[in-house]
Design a protein around this ligand. Sequence first.
Ligand code: NAP
Length: 289
Amino acid sequence: MNPLATAHPAAIIDGVALSAQLREDVTRRTLALKARGVTPGLAVLLVGDNPASQVYVRNKVKACADSGLHSVLERHDADMTEAALLARIDALNKDSSIHGILVQLPVPAHIDANKVIEAISPAKDVDGFHISSAGALMVGQPGFLPCTPYGCMKMLESIGYDLRGKHAVVIGRSNIVGKPMAMLLLQKNATVTICHSATKDLKALTLQADVIVAAVGKRNVLTADMVKPGAVVIDVGMNRNPEGKLCGDVDYEGVRQVASHITPVPGGVGPMTITMLLVNTLESAERSL
Ligand code: NAP
């Protein structure tokens, strides 16, 4: 018996159910836009044949179709030049049927990912990775929010969690997850600690946390002995266990006995990320009117 265990296992924040709810709203608003002559459109560009990327782009395109959005999937050979990719982005920036542009990362090594991200018009930056989207988030101006942290915030909102004065610990500091996640938590008046690979004594920090977001990409980064009873745990990680099954960064079964709320993998943050991409694309189309 874990001495930290709470009386009941954590409530599961179901990303599939919450996504379905949010996607109903996307579908309804898309229909309303179509009635006004605008179909929200997303362009997805994939360079090369990374197997994980192939799955991600397929899921994004399918999600668009399911909610009535128009999408274009452009598959390009791995040897596509950087100049050719930038030219395609330029054309899509000017295409009025496209409201969101997404280049699936990673791009092949001969292409500068930063250059590609900066080439996308900020008005169509539905991934929220452009430096002006990141800057807007930093200073609290409106802009596209990166889909994964945006989805995590929706999950916290769905349980009515008031972040004001709470201590949130974010594990990971990438530009696409960790840093924007920390900014969003800060905006909601949490006190935020950001941890990374050079953090000393991660456990001492996570044990103080009311909310923990794990975005590392390593199995079992967060175990039950590192979690304060009653904490809310959001697992962004996507890894494979030795049996090849998808799993997160969190030791789910152990932490579930200590936390008050937890997100599963699969079925947690993953579906929410795609849902927020739909929301961003829809909002871009709404703004275009
Ligand atoms: P990333 O760019 O590789 O960043 C990982 C972060 O974890 C880095 O900041 C790194 O620190 C930190 N880190 C590494 N080892 C650590 C340790 N032992 N203790 C504490 N911090 C450590 O990854 P990412 O793009 O942010 O993605 C993170 C995970 O989320 C991956 O599994 C990815 O597949 C998943 N993901 C899921 C979704 C979804 O929709 N579910 C979306 C995006 C990403 P340094 O900065 O010091 O190197």
